[in-house]
Write a protein that binds this ligand. Sequence first.
Ligand code: SAH
Ligand code: SF4
Length: 387
Amino acid sequence: MHTEPINLLGMDASALTQLVGQWGGKPFRARQLQKWIHQRGVSQFDDMTDLAREFRAQLSEHCVVQGSPVMTQQRSTDGTRKWLFDVGQGNAIESVFIPEDDRGTLCISSQAGCNVACRFCSTGHQGFNRNLTTAEIIGQLWWARRELMQDMASARLESGQPEQSGQPADPRVISNVVMMGMGEPLLNYEPVVGAVKLMLDDNAYGLSRRRVTVSTSGVVPMMDRLSQDCPVALAVSLHAPNDALRDQLVPLNKKYPLDELLSACERYLKFAPRDFITFEYVMLDGVNDTDQHARELIQIARRLHCKLNLIPFNPFPGSGLKRSTAPRIRIFAQHLMDAGIVTTVRKTRGDDIDAACGQLAGEVKDRTRLSEKMAAQKLIAIKEIRA
Ligand code: SAH
Ligand code: SF4
């Protein structure tokens, strides 16, 4: 009887140990395997040279290490990179890598689509397609890291520099992971936590809890669970300073209104790896960006230790919304800073490849035409947008 091969990509340490144990293997074999898969990005068992030949044969017979197929990859002139993954049945998800001087941040997706239906989000307009598995979530990091390491290795080769300590490239190239791509991570709880645990595992990606951020629109009970299971850094998508407006912008607010959300943030802070929560606030012209909104926001921000991240809205067709003007964003930010609240304005990156939040979701919205879009996207990938 033909059975589906087991995909090892989404397995955590205990699942791998159990699997290896079934074949009489010791736990350290599972650790070796985990390092090959996640740290070295190797997917062929025959290349895992320090594993016994029989063990490799068993693995090849029953298992695979398989990420989602890449539909396209794009590079921005500013170094931002974006991958579009095919997750089957006409669904696509995206990941974006943003290099900065002191860090490299990978933004990954947790669901294909999203049913929270925020007014300003093109993923929300697309609706919900399905939850991603742990393998599909961690697979985005696995793939991006492999690609970036290969890039670094070829750059080193071109410049004639030798490889260092047998490693193909600097494994810390992705220093931070944020769950700010498509989907609401806390509505796909178990697979997300499985992936986050792999991110933190020293035999996998070894990131510290403060370098992994879960962003949520405010799924209160799951925030409490996360604080117990895996308290990584938390970003909360606030977007409005009162319930009436937040009900309209983030419909989940009707279920978990601001007061409950803020109490959940206060509880989370007791376990958080940083001593603040990041509030995200998308700047929408004439909707949530007046001086009065700033005053209300200051009252909220004073309630707990937080930082505010103002995000200039990325317009998409049919949203009916506009980005706040640059002077308005500056004045709004100044109000907050004058009140002693740490405030940043997010830089838009990768504009030439539409790398901003949820942008691509809109493009693949019409799933009946996905293959056409795929062909078009492939063309873009072949041309590679690089100056
Ligand atoms: N569902 C989670 C995480 C994914 S959305 C959440 O809502 O937090 C990640 C961030 O992108 C959120 O803060 C969201 O509000 C923001 N975002 C979504 N659409 C946007 C747009 N069109 N312009 C700017 N920011 C957007
Ligand atoms: Fe979903 Fe986040 Fe978009 Fe809201 S902003 S629709 S929660 S992905």
